[in-house]
Design a protein around this ligand. Sequence first.
Ligand code: HEM
Length: 161
Amino acid sequence: CGNIEGASLFTEEEEALVVKSWSLMKKNAGEWGLKFFLKIFEIAPSAQKLFSFLRDSNVPLEQNPKLKSHAKSVFVMTCEAAVQLRKAGRVVIRDSSLKKLGSVHFKYGVVDEHFEVTKYALLETIKEAAGEMWSTEMKKAWSVAFDHLVAAIKTEMKPSS
Ligand code: HEM
């Protein structure tokens, strides 16, 4: 360990809370991912229009594999962000991937409010999955990891050159 900056940003306990709850959800990642996105669309129905693969598809929402895989990316990358915040004191994403992530979300018209709704839905979904394991500490750990990841993505939310 020994990274003072990192330690103050994200503790080992916080990392463990994120990793533990995600490992619980992993087996049914598709199912939780679907619940997660249904919550988002319940609060912000218009967000559905952002996803090209939902617009151009006759497959019902519940069966759309791309929706499940996007949901899983959000979970996995937030979990990875937690690990990196503890280890490195910051979110580390390969430069090229971060640029791609930023430009894709910019291009599809994702705005601050979408990230806010998504954060809320993410926490609600984890709360449901974690059951008795859920705590304010667990909520805070996921929130902090998500906020840092989103901040990193937002730095690259501009037109791709
Ligand atoms: C695409 C991750 C938040 C909407 C993607 C892709 C990834 C990703 C990995 C695929 C990019 C590629 O093509 O290489 C994430 C992560 C998020 C996040 C980690 C938050 C931490 C959001 C939010 C929205 C959103 C809040 C809107 C509600 C989209 C859309 C696409 C996309 C519309 C393009 C889908 C398409 O191809 O039609 N995201 N995302 N994302 N994301 Fe996200």
